[in-house]
Design a protein around this ligand. Structure first.
Ligand SMILES: [Zn+2]
Length: 193
């Protein structure tokens, strides 16, 4: 099984940063993606980033890369797209906070299982989780990276880049390690089921 890690946006993407400019989503998600891949490889899991460049790759291109690998591997791949949430455009600090995981509206049962595995690990650590309903760990939305990829696919929104407390946490060593751990342990849990 190959684990494909998608890291959101690129250095040329406007916005997508904390109001104080300390966190830039494209750079942060690439750093986390590398930690996740390092952690997965240490556990013997085959993992790679699908956007190796620093610039943004269009969603259609990201999906094409993932679908090519899914085909090459004989349908033995899963995808996790790593993002940071935002309640507004990034000019002002907002109140919304917490961690969440998404699948597309057309999600397969395996996509939902993968989302549940990540959510269960997050709940266990624990970190504050945003849920659509008390007994459902994942949200369903019309997300191209999950909708247009053929493999099981989820997207994580790792806290809010426009919430002051969340940004402090995200930038801390503890925060980075926890965000990476949710992905590593959640993916390993899915693969072992
Ligand atoms: Zn994003």
């Amino acid at each position: 099984m190959k684990v494909l890690i998608d890291n959101g946006h690129g250095e040329n993407t406007p916005g997508k940063r904390s109001p104080d400019g300390r966190l830039r989503e494209w750079a942060y998600t690439r750093e986390i993606a590398d930690m996740v891949i390092f952690g997965l490889r240490k556990k013997g899991v085959n993992a790679e980033r699908i956007v190796k460049e620093d610039t943004d790759a269009p969603l259609s291109e990201r999906c094409r890369r993932a679908n090519d690998i899914y085909k090459e591997t004989g349908k033995k791949a899963i995808l996790v797209s790593i993002h940071c949430n935002a309640a507004s455009s990034g000019t002002n600090w907002m109140n919304a906070k917490g961690w969440s995981v998404f699948v597309s509206n057309n999600a397969s049962s395996n996509s939902k299982r993968l989302a549940e595995c990540l959510g269960q690990i997050a709940e266990c650590i624990p970190v504050p989780i945003r849920k659509p309903m008390p007994n459902q760990l994942y949200w369903q939305q019309n997300l191209a990276i999950c909708r247009d990829t053929n493999c099981p696919a989820v997207l994580t929104e790792n806290f809010f880049q426009d919430n002051k407390e969340d940004v402090e946490y995200l930038l801390s060593q503890e925060g980075k390690q926890t965000v990476a751990q949710i992905h590593i342990d959640g993916i390993v849990k899915y693969l072992s089921l």
